[in-house]
Design a protein around this ligand. Structure first.
Ligand code: GTP
Length: 193
């Protein structure tokens, strides 16, 4: 989804990742809504939008938040279609959620037909400082995963460790990702000509 209406570019972003990694919290933080410390599982799908200015371009970001729990696959698959970017979230305190990252990408590829620009987020980084443990996923691992993605598969991607609790790198994630989407759209148009 990227038609331009009166100079505004519209992008569909899809948040993916295991249950309880913080997808809803990342979105809420970005939209300026308060952090909720209890976990209310997203049922099916939820979405919200925000207008941003990046490099002088007005962009309408429509951010879809898909349920992480298994059992929602049938609902989820429709929402990958036409997405301009993926925001793949794992929880740095849960290695399993990092190990599952490739499964999420495989699902996105299956339903979207291609992988769009992607932000890989190691969320809950605030817990590293307060309670560091060796089994936590290290930033180098997230970075290596992103580099593999970019270099081997040629997919524009970024990596950040984020905190939906204190806001660390949340703005940066969406502004960098928006730049990638704008570039991708320009490339796509160039190819069409
Ligand atoms: P599903 O809807 O089940 O897929 O979950 P989700 O990935 O949307 O996770 P959600 O945002 O509901 O967050 C799950 C739990 O993690 C909640 O208790 C949040 O308060 C907590 N949480 C989310 N992000 C952070 C973070 O950056 N730091 C800390 N400390 N807790 C977080």
């Amino acid at each position: 989804m990227s038609p331009e209406t009166q100079g505004t570019m519209m992008f569909k972003l899809v948040l993916i990742g295991d249950g309880a990694v913080g997808k809803t919290s990342v979105r809420r933080k970005y939209l300026g809504k308060g952090f909720i410390s209890s976990h209310i599982a997203t049922i099916g799908v939820d979405f919200a939008q925000k207008y941003v200015q990046v490099n002088g371009t007005t962009c309408r970001l429509v951010i879809w938040d898909l349920a992480g729990q298994t059992g929602f696959e049938r609902v989820r698959k429709h929402y990958y279609q036409g997405c301009s970017a993926l925001v793949l979230v794992y929880d740095i305190t849960s290695r399993e959620t990092f190990d599952n990252a490739t499964r999420w990408l495989a699902e996105a590829y299956t339903y979207a037909g291609e992988i769009p620009p992607t932000a890989i987020l190691g969320n809950k980084v605030d817990l590293r400082t307060s309670n560091d443990r060796s089994e936590f996923v290290q930033p180098e691992e997230g970075q290596a995963f992103m580099e593999l993605f970019t270099k081997k598969l040629g997919i524009p991607s970024i990596f950040y460790e984020t905190s939906a609790k204190n806001g660390e790198n949340i703005e940066e994630t969406f502004s960098s990702l928006t730049r990638l989407m704008i570039n991708q759209e320009a490339k796509r148009k160039g190819k069409k000509k």
